[in-house]
Ligand binder design. Structure first.
Ligand code: ZN
Length: 294
């Protein structure tokens, strides 16, 4: 008896989107299995029912993505996925870049949404050296200050919290001679930083504008798409300031709904691009329709 041929996995998780003159490419880093207990002050049974209603995985699975932005003269990464920190199911960044013909040395800029391990883990090799030898690290000043502060390390009470702080500090060290700190209202190569504090103090989106087109890469405004669009009041246990994170999520959802801005996010379902619409309960994500051209 012969077996049906079965691919072991998807082809590389790469999806291009033209934003005016720029090409933004979503790079899937893998997925990890989470738990509804990651939600803060949100009833597990309600979360499970929401996933059942939406035909989503129970326990929840969270996509991890980063983005490549190619302009006329720059090769920019927005976050870097997990690197080797969460096992072989994640850390696909360098493989995805290689599939695009991009070598680590070609990347000149890394825009960072915040210094959590699923966003900066791919910036260092196992020895702690910079993976991207020519890249400038660009991050909100408040995140750089928070994670670099000795008090943050001293206050980390669990092994997980200590691990988060240690990895953030390793990132700061690996890129310390080529780091640029931005705050509200500043931009780099026409890409503006949009402060979204709460998840971390300097958590930020990056707003790309080109001609009439725009895209907000919003970082971690949503971790669980099956829950937090309908219920933006559902926080995450590892939000540094939970109440502020909820207020920020509400503000950003209102903004992109009113402005009709396309969004992409590090934990939105690959291929990540879409719009936010008002729904009978909260909001809904409206995925961009796939087309063969960009
Ligand atoms: Zn994250």
């Amino acid at each position: 008896m012969t077996q049906t041929p079965r691919p072991a996995h998807q082809t590389p998780g790469i999806h291009h989107k033209a934003v005016g003159d720029l090409i933004v490419t979503a790079l899937n880093d893998g997925m990890f299995e989470g738990s509804f207990a990651m939600l803060a002050a949100f009833e597990t049974g309600t979360a499970e029912q929401m996933h059942r209603d939406r035909f989503r995985a129970i326990p929840p699975k969270l996509a991890v993505n980063s983005f490549l932005v190619q302009t006329a003269d720059r090769t920019i990464l927005v976050d870097s996925g997990c690197g080797g920190n969460f096992g072989p199911a994640l850390g696909k960044l360098t493989g995805n870049l290689a599939a695009l013909g991009i070598k680590p040395g070609d990347v000149d800029t890394v825009l960072c949404t915040h210094l959590h391990p699923d966003h900066v883990g791919g910036l260092m090799d196992p020895a702690g050296a910079a993976v991207f030898p020519n890249a400038e690290l660009v991050v909100h000043a408040d995140d750089h200050k928070f994670w670099g502060d000795d008090a943050t390390l001293a206050n980390a009470s669990t092994d997980q919290d200590k691990g988060f702080v240690t990895l953030a500090r390793a990132t700061i060290a690996a890129y310390k001679n080529r780091t640029r700190l931005l705050t509200a209202g500043e931009a780099l190569s026409g890409i503006s930083i949009v402060p979204e504090p709460g998840h971390t103090p300097g958590h930020s989106g990056w707003l790309i504008s080109s001609g009439a087109a725009s895209l907000l890469i919003w970082g971690d405004i949503v971790h669980m798409p099956g829950i937090q669009f309908a219920r933006p009041d559902a926080g995450m246990g590892f939000d540094i300031d939970g109440a502020q994170a909820i207020a920020t999520r509400q503000r950003i959802m209102d903004m992109v709904t009113a402005d009709r801005t396309m969004v992409a996010g590090m934990h939105l379902d690959f291929p990540c691009f879409g719009h936010v619409a008002k729904a009978s309960e909260g909001y809904a994500f409206v995925p961009d329709v796939w087309t063969p051209d960009l």
